[in-house]
Design a protein around this ligand. Structure first.
Ligand code: FA5
Length: 345
């Protein structure tokens, strides 16, 4: 005999619910609540075991059984979720009470700063500004004409191999030096000209003192009556100010296609003051760049009268100079992005 109002499955559901309500109140942490939920709603679990009994329920009562079982499942789900949220609130309130001490000083936030090479570039521009040089700029992707041809380095000339070039196409290169900015400036400005052009240049070069990307500072002055001694005076001013030391320079005869005469710029070794050491390989001198008087051939390309005007130009490697100033052992350190290195400056 089954009780119509209270069939066995309904008693079973009521039993499961009473068991759940009896025990749940005692559970005080998240782990226990989740385990308890699995015990009821997991597979196997009290509720899923109950649903397996569906076949034993008379067909006429199955609908009522299904909805009562689902109601129980929902009730357990909602109840557990409510209890977990309440635990969360309690924990947050406890954290707040424990951790906020408004009298504590704020934690220091690490401050960034300019990259060493950017610092050096700005500093160099400042030093040259003191003697009347302004900053000029040019593109890093340069035409073959500005990078070579206008600087009297014709096609197929071996001098093009001296600067192992990254070619982009037959007509464009990654500029191998900042000297094309000389050309761009002379095409757009009339003498007197006094500019520097700091910027990145690129070559197929890679060792302790050579990087495929590096910074040059070009300098150019064009006016009536400029001579080699003006070049030397400007370079001496720069070296003394950049190294903050009373260092000598010497201009050693050399060859560049676009200057005549040409000279390497050597500065007195700041480690031994010229007596000879490991850094200067015993010579007492360190090479920092190239220079010379602008070749009349270059003036011809840019339409400046070489009978009336003379000019001098120079190009220095800024990473090398910063290596000497800050005792950096490997040029790669500049571009590896390692903050342990960068934050020292
Ligand atoms: C030139 O690039 C000439 N344009 C310089 C110049 C300008 C001469 C104006 C006359 C008039 P050079 O190839 O020697 O010259 O390079 C100049 C300096 O750049 C070198 O002395 C060196 O300090 C630096 N340098 C050259 N190659 C690299 C490299 N791969 N990595 C780092 N520095 C380099």
């Amino acid at each position: 005999m089954t009780d119509q109002a209270n069939p066995p499955w309904a008693q079973q559901i009521a039993g499961i619910r009473a068991g759940y309500e009896d025990r749940v109140a005692a559970l005080a942490d998240e782990h226990a609540l989740r385990a308890f939920k699995a015990e009821y709603l997991g597979k196997p679990g009290h509720v899923s075991d109950l649903l397996k009994e569906m076949t034993k329920v008379p067909p006429a009562e199955r609908r009522a059984f299904g909805s009562a079982a689902n109601e129980l499942k929902q009730l357990i789900e909602d109840d557990i979720a409510k209890r977990l949220a309440a635990l969360d609130d309690l924990r947050a309130a406890a954290d707040l009470a424990r951790t906020v001490d408004v009298t504590l000083p704020a934690r220091p936030v690490g401050e960034g700063h300019l990259h060493l090479m950017t610092q050096c570039r700005l500093e160099a521009a400042q030093i040259f500004a003191e003697i009347g040089f302004t900053v000029a700029d040019g593109p890093q992707i340069e035409t073959e004409w500005h990078n070579f041809e206008a600087l009297a380095i014709p096609k197929d000339h071996p001098a093009r191999d001296m600067q192992d070039t990254f070619w982009i196409s037959e007509d464009f290169v990654l500029r191998t030096h900042t000297s094309p900015v000389q050309v761009r400036t002379m095409l757009t400005q009339k003498p007197p000209i006094r500019i520097i052009a700091p910027g990145l240049v690129y070559r197929r070069d890679d060792d302790l003192t050579h990087s495929p990307m590096f910074t040059q500072i070009e300098g150019l002055a064009v006016a009536e009556g400029l001579s080699f001694s003006d070049l030397k005076g400007v370079l001496l001013h720069f070296v003394k100010r950049f190294f903050m030391q009373d260092l000598a320079i010497r201009l050693r005869p050399s060859y560049f296609q676009f200057t005549e005469p040409s000279a390497e710029i050597d500065m007195q070794c700041r480690f031994c003051m010229g007596s000879g050491c490991r850094v200067c390989k015993g010579t007492g001198w360190l090479e920092i760049g190239g220079s010379g008087m602008v070749d009349p051939e270059v003036f011809r390309h840019v339409g400046i009268d070489s009978e009336k005007y003379t000019g001098f130009a120079f190009g220095m490697g800024l990473e090398r100079m910063a290596m000497l100033r800050h005792d950096v052992k490997d040029i790669k350190f500049y571009y590896e992005g390692d903050v342990r290195f960068l934050e020292q400056f």
